[in-house]
Design a protein around this ligand. Structure first.
Ligand SMILES: [Zn+2]
Length: 238
């Protein structure tokens, strides 16, 4: 999927609403591992990504975790936090380094009250995110680790410009809610199939078609959501 720079939600706004939003937004950059908002913390800003990926990870008391959803340039963190006082249920952590625009909750709330297009864009995105969460819940319960691994790599690849994803086994295990040995086996299998090249600390996507064949059906649903967001941003008809 060819990607242009910029956040799809912001790009999809009418020009005057977009300009008003950008006026109160502060640019930021982030590294892998950066914590945007911790579990249980009050949400203070909405972060629109231009580049990179944030994972929302739910951690259990025994230290294991699993990714519930990801945010890339199609979205924003905590789209329903406009009323203020929202608590983050997950830890939002930088998964692929990138950049974006940050807007304080109170300022965005005031702006959205004046400009319905901004509020509507956030609500529409929250609806899409809920759909993603439903899909992920079913996927985590029913689909094999290797299928989920392939799906996850494809989704990251859709949100980056290159073919190399910098990821450790431990990080992957935490994303997939799987043991490191399971992740290792799945990676070896995908490498034998020619889909990826697995290196220490990174994965190169070599054959997307092979990766799509190895993924479960859930990838197609996620891709469709992303495609629609991109179309809305570009103003092209569907
Ligand atoms: Zn699935």
């Amino acid at each position: 999927m060819p990607l242009h720079d910029g956040n799809f939600l912001i790009e999809s706004l009418p020009p005057d609403d977009r300009a008003a939003l950008l006026e109160i937004a502060r640019p930021f950059e982030f590294a892998v591992g950066h914590i945007f908002c911790d579990h249980g913390a009050t949400v203070s800003s909405l972060d629109f990504l231009d580049k990179g990926v944030i994972s929302a990870v739910f951690a259990m008391q025994d230290g294991r975790g699993v990714e519930a959803y990801m945010v890339g340039r199609e979205g924003v963190t905590h789209p329903m936090a406009l009323e203020g006082g929202s608590i983050s249920a997950a830890r939002l952590v930088g998964q692929i380094a990138g950049s974006g625009r940050r807007v304080d909750v109170a300022r965005l709330s005031a702006l959205a009250a004046e400009r319905p297009a901004i509020r509507d864009a956030l609500i529409a995105y929250a609806g899409r995110l809920l759909g993603e969460l439903e899909q992920s819940t079913a996927c985590n319960a029913l689909h094999k680790a290797e299928q989920r691994f392939a799906k996850w790599l494809l989704r990251c690849h859709d949100r980056t410009d290159g073919d190399v994803l910098r990821l450790t086994q431990e990080f992957l295990a935490n994303m997939l809610g799987a043991q490191r040995t399971t992740v290792n086996e799945a990676a070896q299998h995908l490498q034998k199939a020619g889909a990826i090249r697995y290196m220490r600390g990174s994965i190169q996507v070599k054959d997307r078609d092979a990766l799509e064949r190895a993924s479960c059906e859930c990838y197609a649903a996620h891709y469709e959501t992303l495609r629609r967001a991109r179309l809305a941003a570009s103003g092209e008809p569907e």
